[in-house]
Design a protein around this ligand. Sequence first.
Ligand SMILES: N[C@@H](CCC(=O)N[C@@H](CS)C(=O)NCC(=O)O)C(=O)O
Length: 210
Amino acid sequence: MSKLKIYGIPGSRAARVLWCANELGLDYENIAIHFADQTSKTPDYLKVNPMGKVPALDDDGFQMTESLAINCYLAQKYDRQHQLWPTALEAQAKVLQWTLWVATECERPYIVVLRNRAFFPPEKRDPKAADEAEAELQRPFKVLDAALAKDGYLIGQSFTLADLNVAAVLAWALTHGRFNFGPFPHLAKWHAACLARPAYRKVPPRAKPL
Ligand SMILES: N[C@@H](CCC(=O)N[C@@H](CS)C(=O)NCC(=O)O)C(=O)O
């Protein structure tokens, strides 16, 4: 059996998968494919991810892409303690609900904010686009804040893959995006606690953003 391979530099969406693999205590090789150079567009890598994007996974010959789907696979396969991946069907459905929610309701406007406040060179930033995207995020952030108000986690009273996937998508909100989480105290507290987890802190610091 070959070692699990996670393709993608940590300063990319591969960080989401590295975090999950660390939570699960997996032994893996992180292959430093960069999204912004040609390493993600070589014929060999395109066989792994025909989109030419990172991350991608190779688990002893089983290959897949999509950061949040990879995390669902890893948690279902390797979470023997059922900490990240709950046992009840309804709780598993909720993990998928929150995972798809963050991907469809939050990620696009969130990236627009990051790009226009931090990642693009200053002359290419569009402050209006950033403000509009941040305004769009108020509704999902309000929903997230309310969902966290009772127990501090998205499902039950402990950290699951739902928390990991949602927090991972929003991971650079404070460091790069300069979001104001002030109106969302439960979200702010939960987000800080998620990013303080040793498994997240083990992900190497970002050399370059997204
Ligand atoms: N939905 C994909 C998005 C992957 C993605 O866009 N990755 C970026 C880096 S964070 C990338 O590889 N971009 C290179 C490109 O667009 O060619 C996922 O979550 O895995």
